[in-house]
Ligand binder design. Sequence first.
Ligand SMILES: Cc1cc2nc3c(=O)[nH]c(=O)nc-3n(C[C@H](O)[C@H](O)[C@H](O)COP(=O)(O)OP(=O)(O)OC[C@H]3O[C@@H](n4cnc5c(N)ncnc54)[C@H](O)[C@@H]3O)c2cc1C
Length: 376
Amino acid sequence: MSIKLTQSQVMLHQMVTDFADKEVKPLDILIDKQRNFPAELWDKFVNTGFLGLTIPEEYGGAGFDVIASSQTVYDFAVRNASIAFTLEGHYKSVDQVLKYGTTELKEKYLPQANNRIFGFSSTEPQGGSNVMGHTAKAVKEGDKWVLNGNKTMITNGGLAEVYCVLLKTSPTELSCFLVDEDMPGFKHGKRENFIGMNGTPIGEIFLENVIVSEEHLLGTVGQGVAIGDNAHYDARILMGAIAAGITEHALNIAIDYAKQREVKGEPITQLYSIQEKITEIAIAKENTQLLYQEAAKLKIAGKPYAKVATMAKSYGSRASYTAADHALQVLGGYGYSREYPVEHLLRDARALQLAEGSLEKMMIEIAKEVVSEGKE
Ligand SMILES: Cc1cc2nc3c(=O)[nH]c(=O)nc-3n(C[C@H](O)[C@H](O)[C@H](O)COP(=O)(O)OP(=O)(O)OC[C@H]3O[C@@H](n4cnc5c(N)ncnc54)[C@H](O)[C@@H]3O)c2cc1C
């Protein structure tokens, strides 16, 4: 770990690991197979206050910073990546309400975010990468906005009750609105039949003449792309933490198995081929952790963090996938079995190359930054 946690962060970390060891770790494979968090786990999770971790105390939350939230996401991801992914979707959405919401909106919705899940919705069925190709729109009528359109692939979609939604307010601009599932005209659609992160529903929403007041506009008219980018950068710190957590999970499984599996009377930890894989996984975990923690430190210091956050997710998304693959190989044939947890790590890690910006888009973003820095 490259950062020194404060006393309250150490206490939080201890509380999270105790909770995750007792309540989440034993259910890891079950969550993947059932494609859901068991209801009792969910109730305990919400009642323990994990949703309100980053919400300022004045709104009823615990007021922790991104060092603490990324550490928490990591601690959960070491036991089950889905539960960490659900938190990531919630925290990054709450962050945008906090940053761009009016005082009235924050007073109304942030206290609710302590026990209602939030999501962030940009992607549409015809495409996610090209946001200017979106068709869902908001039209001003008097002092209200009328919202219409279909959004898809939302992390926590269906589970979330409140959404930040990017909508066209003119052919050349997007704006961001806060939409509540209780509003007339709001409908949840189907859940995606995705291959991994099975505890987290990813789903669609429909807006049919949903009417919202001006205070539901986050930021200003036309600021949607900037808010979407900001949400991505906040999320990528947490996605880096999930990648590091999956990698640590793969490492733990590989080491436990290799210590007790014998070939010719010796544990396979004595074989160079196994040592090499374990070493590669361990290095990947350290590197990913350094990157997301550096991004978190930059964010707290008020410095630009987009590039390092994007590096954390782009590096971590591939490193965690490779780590899961190495761990599968350490377990031999059992690694390929659904009775062991490694195969779902492979499927979970794969999501990280798509969600919060595809790997290809991130590569372009990083290259642009690095090349422009090189000009100076
Ligand atoms: C697990 C998961 C969770 C998700 N959660 C959310 C969420 O919470 N909210 C949300 O709004 N969306 C979410 N998404 C959607 C995600 O953001 C999109 O899948 C992603 O933006 C890519 O969009 P697309 O799937 O439409 O692919 P497309 O945009 O159609 O792209 C297809 C391929 O072309 C490449 N490509 C496209 N444009 C370019 C370009 N300009 N340069 C180089 N390559 C390009 C892409 O990288 C990809 O490989 C989630 C997706 C997944 C898998």
